[in-house]
Design a protein. Structure first.
Length: 144
């Protein structure tokens, strides 16, 4: 049975994330509405190069309101249709920018998927960063 993992890229490095994807035999699912970042390491073209067929962007799971801080998942049903063939055969790691999953739209997306597919959720944080020292970064982050 597959599992749903989540991670914010501000808590990790690309190298750590590659190791996580490989060790969990997971697909990295980018759920940012726009897969861009001020940090070039996290833009879609770089992620596609690093992860190849282990990377997928699903815009439908993006937060339409990321610029104003509230959460509105763009098209949950459309996202479910895109992720269903993957989640049935392997775990997924939902990726966005926010450090703290509790205030991030990835928590809502993970809950939607958990309810729909009856799967367990695990929120991941990179080894190089301490959650307690980063709690102040809990708000939705701006992509631009």
């Amino acid at each position: 049975m597959s599992k749903i993992y989540t991670i914010g890229y501000t808590s990790t490095t690309p190298e750590e994330l590659i190791n996580l994807v490989n060790s969990l035999e997971a697909k990295l699912v980018d759920i940012r509405i726009n897969p861009y970042s001020k940090d070039y390491r996290w833009i879609q073209t770089n992620l596609k190069q690093l992860f190849a067929d282990k990377y997928l962007h699903i815009k439908e799971f993006g937060n339409e309101n990321y610029k104003i801080g509230s959460i509105k998942v763009a098209n949950p049903q459309g996202g479910i249709l895109k992720i269903e063939p993957i989640i049935k055969v392997r775990p997924v790691i939902l990726l966005c920018a926010c450090y703290n999953h509790e205030k991030c739209h990835r928590n809502q997306v993970a809950s939607i998927l958990c309810d729909f597919f009856k799967l367990e959720i695990e929120h991941l944080y990179g080894k190089q960063n301490s959650k307690s020292s980063q709690d102040k970064l809990g708000e939705q982050l701006s992509l631009f």
